[in-house]
Design a protein around this ligand. Structure first.
Ligand SMILES: *Cc1c(COP(=O)(O)O)cnc(C)c1O
Length: 372
């Protein structure tokens, strides 16, 4: 039970502090709010998180994925291999460019694309593979990159939950042809809303800059068909403030996760796996619960512990995917995805947690062991 002086612990707590507010007000007072110097400075600053790659800011993580697929020339007739165990935006971006989504399963016990399943899903139409660094843990890029190279597939990293995660020293967003990040308020850092595409390819970066701005580099000299996916300077100014803090926040997330790892002992709870060489940035601290998950979540909520399931329905079971697949007689065999969707629960791990909060989370989780 939550006692009177124990406030519930939220699952996430976006930071909009005085510095963020001052930065936004400074830009608003300048009268210049659309994409300009703040966006350019944000791109340059973010580049340090991705080994100096080119960075192109857009208005959301979904736009980043959408624009990157467009810039790579992926469209009708192409297939893109995507995990079904992700947020719908991963697959939506593929459908938005008119390409076909091919779902591949995740690794047993883990949450990232299974390299063997990816290889088995390759067809002559496969144009790209989209590893998702879910919960802030890098996908198995060491195994996925050689498979992509062998079959000449573009690698589009969905790093929307994984700012500053890395595998064997290489940051996510610096492996593939392109990487994408989100700055939605609940992500590890935000820019009110926003997204970033990262790439080592200067030509691709130029195409992305054109695509986000009506195909123009010079005003009214449109070179290609583009959209308006620009980030505002207000958002970028907020993002620049957050960029100075994300390093410290990430260390705090990792320390919070280490505390939970060390103290959660419930036998029917599996703690988050970390692959060898992986730097997990704990966008989520996601456990698996064996037993009645709904009852477990109700008990956590009763104890004032924020909790949530990301994601209860795998993408292939969502209506815009399920219905056309049913019509076409296509049935995906994704047992690990189904298992994960039925077992996962994410606990608070955000940097605003205090030691007392962490103790309360541990006590509530360990108490589940006695009741399920
Ligand atoms: C948040 C998220 C996105 C989309 O980012 P938005 O900024 O919300 O558009 C895409 N993929 C994953 C895995 C995400 O978590």
């Amino acid at each position: 039970m939550t006692s009177i002086n124990e406030q519930p612990i939220p699952a996430a707590r976006p930071v909009i502090g005085e510095e963020e507010i001052e930065a936004a007000v400074r830009v608003l007072r300048s009268g210049r709010v659309v994409q300009g110097p703040e966006v350019a400075a944000f791109e340059e600053g973010f580049s340090e998180l991705v080994d100096g790659r080119h960075c192109v800011a857009v208005n959301s993580g979904t736009s980043a994925l959408h624009m990157l697929l467009l810039a790579l020339g992926i469209g009708p007739g192409d297939e893109v291999i995507v995990p079904s165990f992700s947020f719908a935006a991963s697959a939506n971006a593929v459908r938005l460019v008119g390409a076909d989504v091919v779902f591949a399963d995740i690794e047993p016990g883990s949450f990232g694309l299974d390299p063997a399943a990816v290889e088995a899903a390759v067809t002559p139409r496969t144009a790209a593979v989209m590893p998702v660094h879910l919960y802030g843990h890098p996908a198995a890029m060491d195994k996925l990159m050689p498979i992509a190279a062998k079959h000449k597939l573009a690698v589009v990293e969905d790093a929307c939950q994984a700012h500053a995660a890395a595998l064997n020293g290489t940051p996510v967003g610096a492996f593939g042809e392109g990487g994408t990040f989100s700055f939605y308020p609940t992500k590890n850092m935000h820019a009110l809303e926003g997204g970033m595409v990262t790439t080592a390819d200067a030509e691709l970066a130029r195409t992305l800059r054109l695509l986000r701005n009506q195909g123009m580099e010079q005003r009214y000299a449109n070179e290609i068909v583009g959209a308006n996916m620009r980030m505002t300077d207000v958002a970028a100014a907020v993002g620049r403030v957050q960029l100075t803090k994300v390093g410290g926040w990430t260390e705090q997330r990792r320390a919070n996760a280490a505390y939970l790892d060390a103290h959660i002992t419930a036998a029917n709870v599996t703690k988050p796996p970390v692959a060898e060489g992986a730097r997990h940035v704990y966008h989520q601290y996601t456990i698996r619960v064996q037993g009645d998950r709904e009852a477990a979540m109700a008990k956590l909520t009763e104890a004032g512990i924020g909790n949530a399931v990301y994601y209860p329905t795998p993408i292939h079971r969502l209506k815009p995917y399920w219905e056309p697949d049913q019509k076409a007689g296509r049935n995906w065999d994704l047992p690990e995805t189904e298992r994960a969707a039925a077992e996962v629960v994410s606990l608070p791990v955000h940097p605003s947690l205090g030691e007392g909060d962490l103790e309360r989370i541990v006590n509530a989780v360990n108490a589940l062991g006695e009741s399920l």
